[in-house]
Design a protein around this ligand. Structure first.
Ligand SMILES: NC(=O)c1ccc[n+]([C@@H]2O[C@H](COP(=O)([O-])OP(=O)(O)OC[C@H]3O[C@@H](n4cnc5c(N)ncnc54)[C@H](O)[C@@H]3O)[C@@H](O)[C@H]2O)c1
Length: 273
């Protein structure tokens, strides 16, 4: 921010050279991901989309991986229109073969991977007493299985010193009825993250979670518990960009000493009783 007082004395005349130089300066732009390749699942919407955009602004080559390839392509088009580099890849993150194909496309386009963000997820809204086996395990496979698949098949292609960021949720810590598969998958993601971080210390690949509270995305407003008021989101509602900032922090060397943990980004929602 420029201090207006600096220029008060010359307001009547043409700016001196030093003043003109200061005026030309912009806030320094962070380029923490220059020459890095980042894969973001669920990059076609909401938090994943905002993360793709921030990675690209900070110099990354971004692989936008999403079930809905049109949404991924829209995200890529916006990034490339702004001068960034990105590739859309269609993938169902709950399918091992598709995840392996996604990783192969990323490596063939951009070489080794530096960052993986596991953002894509789904919810069901049926009580455990009624839910079909297939629906329970679809949530577990999509949300938790995807984190496993991207680690299992991505690690061989990751540069040492890279980072994995997994999206958990406040539901891993406090929840409502009828979303048990989702809450369980998010709790398991946090445990998976801790364990994997220990396995990867020698390679200096850090593994962390971001646990969002209520964030203004389609997933929030399509949630029937939110629509009915069973899940109250009358407190702070975050913007996707708030979460992108936390994801990019954990993925960057700014978080070099942050490993195996969960950053709750909920505007203070969990702090209150
Ligand atoms: N929005 C919130 O309030 C909130 C709160 C807590 C946690 N989260 C978590 O944040 C993450 C992002 O959520 P969001 O709100 O941005 O959701 P969103 O619905 O806006 O976006 C999710 C994206 O994931 C994609 N996706 C879904 N299933 C997929 C699959 N099987 N394979 C590939 N892509 C798939 C969708 O196509 C979509 O583009 C999720 O992990 C979610 O659990 C969100």
């Amino acid at each position: 921010m420029l201090h207006t007082g600096t220029f008060a004395a010359s307001a009547a005349g043409p700016p001196c050279k030093a003043e003109a130089n200061v005026r030309k300066q912009k806030a320094p732009r962070m380029m923490r991901f220059a020459d890095k390749t980042c894969i973001v699942t669920g990059g076609g919407s909401g938090i994943g989309l905002a993360a793709c955009q921030q990675f690209a602004r900070e110099g990354a080559r971004v692989v936008v991986a999403d079930l809905h390839v049109e949404a991924a392509q829209k995200s890529v088009d916006a990034i490339t229109a702004a001068g960034g580099t990105a590739l859309a890849v269609a993938v169902d993150v709950g399918d091992s073969g598709q995840v392996q194909a996604c990783i192969a496309k990323a490596v063939s386009a951009y070489g080794a991977i530096d960052v993986i963000v596991n953002d894509a997820a789904m919810m069901t809204f049926t009580p455990i007493a009624d839910i079909a086996d297939a629906d329970f395990f679809r949530v577990i496979t999509t949300n938790l299985g995807s984190v496993f698949y991207f680690a299992r098949y991505g690690l061989a292609h990751m540069n040492d010193g890279g980072a994995i960021v997994n999206l958990s949720s406040v539901h891993a810590h406090a929840t409502t009825a009828n979303v048990v598969p989702y809450a369980a998958s998010k709790g398991a993601i946090e445990a998976f993250t801790r364990g994997l971080s220990i396995e990867l210390t020698a390679r200096k690949i850090r593994v962390n979670c971001v646990a969002p509270g209520a964030v203004d995305t389609p997933m929030l407003w399509n949630n029937p518990n939110v629509k009915s008021g069973a899940e109250k989101v009358t407190g702070a509602i975050g913007k996707p960009e708030d979460l992108a900032a936390a994801i990019c922090f954990l993925a960057s060397s700014d978080a070099a000493f942050v490993n195996g943990t969960t950053l709750i980004v909920d505007g203070g929602r969990l702090a209150g009783l």
